[in-house]
Design a protein around this ligand. Structure first.
Ligand SMILES: [Zn+2]
Length: 113
């Protein structure tokens, strides 16, 4: 098993029930999930399979929603940024961010440059 970069445990297992939610369409794809922290890793092949379908439906683009669970730590609530978003946005992990509340169930996270 591969190591999970989030929790650094070797608990990544292959799964076939990762859900991608974009504009109300749900795509279920294969990938790997860390059984320890819940981080999901999409296979590149799967993304390459799903993206053209989503484009055809006209639903691909930003925002792509990935389901995540918040984690509770002693000092507050932690949100893990999905690794594919991290990579595509070149997030290093020490950026300053702005969090704004939009209504009752939406948060917008902006990365300050
Ligand atoms: Zn993990």
């Amino acid at each position: 098993m591969k190591k999970c970069p989030i929790c650094e445990k070797n608990t990544r297992i292959p799964v076939d029930d990762i859900t991608l939610d974009t504009h109300g369409y749900i795509f279920v794809v294969k990938g790997e999930r860390c059984t320890s922290c819940g981080e999901e890793y999409l296979g590149e092949e799967e993304l390459n399979r799903v993206i053209p379908i989503a484009r055809k439906l006209g639903v691909w683009g930003e925002p792509l929603k990935l389901h995540r669970k918040l984690t509770k730590s002693g000092r507050g609530t932690i949100l893990h940024i999905p690794s594919d978003i991290e990579e595509s946005m070149h997030i290093k992990g020490d950026e300053k961010i702005l969090i704004s509340k939009l209504g009752n169930n939406k948060l917008v996270i902006e990365i300050e440059s």
